[in-house]
Design a protein around this ligand. Structure first.
Ligand SMILES: [Fe+2]
Length: 339
């Protein structure tokens, strides 16, 4: 296997949306993302702490879907490394020279990874003005930056092995009694994750996680949706996660794309940082206060596009975390059998 690219962090997601005006209302007017660049059929958005051109691209398209996720790599040579690495795996690979791909992004390579996701690796990207202390411009959810991607994939061990081969660490997992893997949180930057895997039919995008600085901004975001009679965009929470310790709320945009407003996870940068393992029967794992996860959160997700913009077919999952139930004594029940 060739040397993997040196990935710095999850950098941006590009979503296909069916109504750009409705998407703008949600992501810009309600969540307060900064519009760095606008075209007739696309918006390039970022948070207040981000100095790179965008962390979210919304592009009008016929189907609501994930176009691609993108990771920034440390040096221009890492783009070549990514090309060789995925070609060596026998995966589809396409060079995207600067000026031919996503606006603001330099030379890049796009691949279809072993999980079936279209993933871009780039180094160069245009800069944006420093907004962290432009408090006069901070609005909505006060989103600071993109934090992570969460993807639905039917084979969690295979996803884990692939991202380990790319040099990702693992901060937390959800495991069964025989240590079968239900979910994993993996990182390159020194936080809980850049990518996490949720079991289920895949490849699909479960959500993108956007970081805000204060837990009260999560509450405020939910309050504003309620005030405007737009509470149907709130899917789950606010609450405290067991995994990651983050305070969260999940929202659905007008196309059904899910976003998590996320704050207060923790540092993982020490080289001997150990994986924290949750048992799938522990009802604090998904919500530390034991609130049940609603079915739509486990079952619904965005389809993903291949390199040519066609919707990827999905495979069904083997393990189903949503079928694990918690009894009155707080112990789990799997398929009707007390665990
Ligand atoms: Fe998340």
């Amino acid at each position: 296997m060739s040397t993997p690219p040196d990935v710095i962090r999850s950098a941006y997601a590009q979503l296909a949306v069916t109504d750009l005006a409705a998407a703008r209302w949600f992501w810009v007017d309600m969540l307060g993302l900064h519009v760095q660049h606008a075209e007739a059929d696309a918006l390039y958005l970022r948070g207040t702490d981000e100095l790179t051109h965008h962390s979210l691209v919304l592009r009008a398209g016929p189907v609501a879907a994930l176009d691609h996720i993108a990771y920034r790599v440390r040096a221009p040579e890492d783009v070549e490394r990514a090309e060789r690495f995925f070609a060596g795996l026998g995966r589809p690979v396409r060079r995207v020279p600067a000026g031919t791909g996503t606006h603001g992004v330099g030379d890049a390579v796009r691949v279809v990874d072993p999980l079936g996701f279209t993933v871009e690796f780039f180094h160069g990207i245009a800069r944006g003005e420093r907004l962290i202390q432009r408090y006069d411009l901070h609005r909505g959810a006060r989103i600071a930056r993109l934090d992570h991607f969460n993807v639905c994939t039917p084979d969690i061990p295979a996803a884990y092995a692939h991202y380990r081969s790319l040099g990702f660490g693992c901060s937390e997992t959800i495991e069964g009694d025989e240590h079968e893997l239900y979910a994993a949180w993996m990182y390159r930057k020194q936080t809980v994750h850049d990518v996490a895997f949720t079991g289920g039919a895949g490849p699909r995008l479960h959500h993108i996680g956007m970081a805000t600085h204060e837990s009260h901004q999560v509450l405020h975001t939910a309050d504003v949706f309620g005030s405007l009679g737009k509470q149907h965009h709130i899917e789950r929470g606010p609450g405290r996660h067991g995994v990651s310790n983050a305070f969260y709320v999940y929202l659905r945009d007008p196309d059904g794309h899910r976003v998590e407003i996320y704050t207060s996870d923790y540092y993982t940068g020490d080289p001997d940082h150990e994986t924290f393992r949750w048992n799938v029967h522990d009802d604090r794992r998904r919500d530390f206060w034991g609130n049940a996860v609603i079915e739509s959160w486990y079952k619904e997700a965005s389809p993903v596009l291949d390199l040519d913009g066609a919707v990827q077919p999905v495979s069904e999952s083997v393990l189903d975390e949503s079928s694990v139930r918690v009894g009155a004594d707080g112990l789990g029940i799997v398929d009707g059998t007390k665990g």
